[in-house]
Write a protein that binds this ligand. Structure first.
Ligand code: IPE
Ligand code: MG
Length: 211
């Protein structure tokens, strides 16, 4: 969900205002995605690399994740199941504060019975960290390291292969996101920043996925 900072800067607002707008936009886009019968929507909320940002910005983004994972009532009304993927909280170096951990656990538990769209939020996520962990876990379980054993040890092995990757804000490069899972995916590029990404862009991305 890239471009929150640029969205804010263009309007003479602090970066934090862009993140707030981005969180609101995600809530709105989830409602649209449900009407389009999207099965799986996975969003990159915060990466393993994002912790180096200024402390006030990180704190603001953490608060927004608490808000996002706190939208349980709304998500239940939409029959949306929430999942989280990222570095396990007990990993050396993992820094997710307790209040975010609690919000994540509660959202996952309280929406687990929903049967509609699966909304996965990647928080403290990095694809390389995920793949290293998958290889280590496969070995720990006595499996040989193979494509299937790595697939089976990803953070969320149940996620299907990705149909379409969306890159907002004119970014035309791949980031540290689902590198294993995006093989063969289409890539939808848009100049729009994340807070501006609406129903029309979602439809265009879905059309690309289906093409
Ligand atoms: C995305 O917006 C939000 C996070 C990475 C948490 P950015 O903060 O990357 O916005 P830009 O790239 O500076 O515009
Ligand atoms: Mg960015």
């Amino acid at each position: 969900m890239d471009g929150n900072g640029r969205w804010a800067k263009r309007r003479g607002l602090p970066r934090t205002a862009g993140h707030t707008e981005g969180e609101e936009n995600l809530a709105a886009l989830v409602r649209v995605a449900v009407t389009r019968n999207v099965g799986w929507l996975t969003v990159f909320g915060f990466s393993t690399e994002n912790w180096v940002r200024p402390r006030t910005e990180v704190r603001h983004i953490l608060g927004l994740h608490r808000r996002l994972f706190g939208r349980v009532e709304e998500l239940n009304q939409l029959n949306v199941q929430v999942k989280w993927m990222g570095r396990p909280f007990d990993t050396p170096g993992a820094r997710t504060p307790k209040y975010v951990q609690r919000a994540i656990r509660k959202a996952v538990a309280d929406t687990a019975q929903n049967t509609g769209m699966v909304l996965t939020v990647a928080f403290d996520y990095g694809s390389r960290a995920e793949l290293v962990q998958a290889a280590l876990d496969a070995r720990r379980d006595g499996e040989i390291v193979s494509e299937s054993s790595i697939s089976n040890h990803l953070y969320l092995p149940e996620l299907p292969p990705v149909d379409v990757v969306v890159r907002t804000s004119g970014e035309r490069r791949i980031s540290n996101f689902m590198l294993w899972q995006i093989v063969g995916a289409r890539v939808y590029f848009t100049e729009r920043t994340w807070p501006e990404f609406g129903a029309a862009e979602l439809d265009a991305a879905l059309a690309l996925a289906a093409s």
